[in-house]
Write a protein that binds this ligand. Structure first.
Ligand code: 5GP
Length: 206
């Protein structure tokens, strides 16, 4: 762990759990954290902007980046590729900024393997019924796609054991979930292991 490095915060959770809302609230509240904009081969959805939500790239460009080791992690989700550009994350961390990754479980495990000091949070639904209701109410997908998403979400929940923290997103209480994520960040920053070189420098003088 390098001194003064920012914290790499990784947030995942099953589809429909509301992790996107938690992340955007967190970014509104905390000015000192940088959102990592992923590259994806999927088409933009209505309202999504290039360079804000994602960098939308061709499959060819994605494969080029992957082959050049420009991606910190990558995954294929529902037939589309997603990846985290390595350079922007490293530059922000080296500048002492915290970085937020909102990525899937496969990606989160890759990040944990290459950055063991990262902090992983799994957003958990209040109940499975509530998760199902949220996925169904999206209404933007075919019934088959909804069933596929539901099955995947339930399978994904088993991966919670591989995360450092779990935050339950209760209906209508997103601020409480955001507060828990902030508390985790505060506690992580206070860890002796993260401040060791700073503390040792002071200890030498006493
Ligand atoms: P969506 O297409 O709904 O924006 O995202 C689908 C899934 O891909 C979500 O679980 C989201 O967290 C995940 N995702 C978004 N960006 C990345 C990324 O850079 N890497 C990985 N591994 N997953 C990502």
């Amino acid at each position: 762990m390098q001194p003064n490095q920012g914290i790499l915060l990784v947030i995942s959770g099953p589809s429909g759990v509301g992790k996107g809302t938690i992340c955007s609230r967190l970014l509104q509240k905390l000015t000192d954290i940088q959102f990592s904009i992923s590259v994806t081969t999927r088409d933009p959805r209505v309202g999504e902007q290039e360079g804000v939500n994602y960098y939308f790239v061709s499959e060819e460009e994605f494969m080029r980046m992957r082959a050049n080791d420009e991606l910190l992690e990558w995954a294929e989700v529902f037939g589309n590729f997603y990846g985290t550009p390595r350079y922007a994350v490293q530059a922000a961390l080296d500048a002492g900024k915290d970085v937020l990754l909102e990525i899937d479980i496969q990606g989160a495990m890759q990040v944990k393997a290459s950055f063991p000091e990262c902090v992983t949070i799994f957003v958990w639904p209040p109940t499975v019924d509530e998760l199902e209701r949220r996925i169904r109410q999206r209404g933007t997908e075919t019934p088959e796609a909804i069933e596929r998403r539901l099955r995947k979400s339930k399978l994904e929940m088993a991966h919670v054991v591989n995360y450092d923290y779990v935050v339950v997103n209760h209906p209508g209480q997103v601020d409480a979930a955001v507060g828990e994520v902030e508390a985790i960040l505060v506690a992580e920053k206070a860890k002796v292991a993260r401040r060791l070189s700073q503390l040792q420098a002071i200890l030498k003088e006493v």
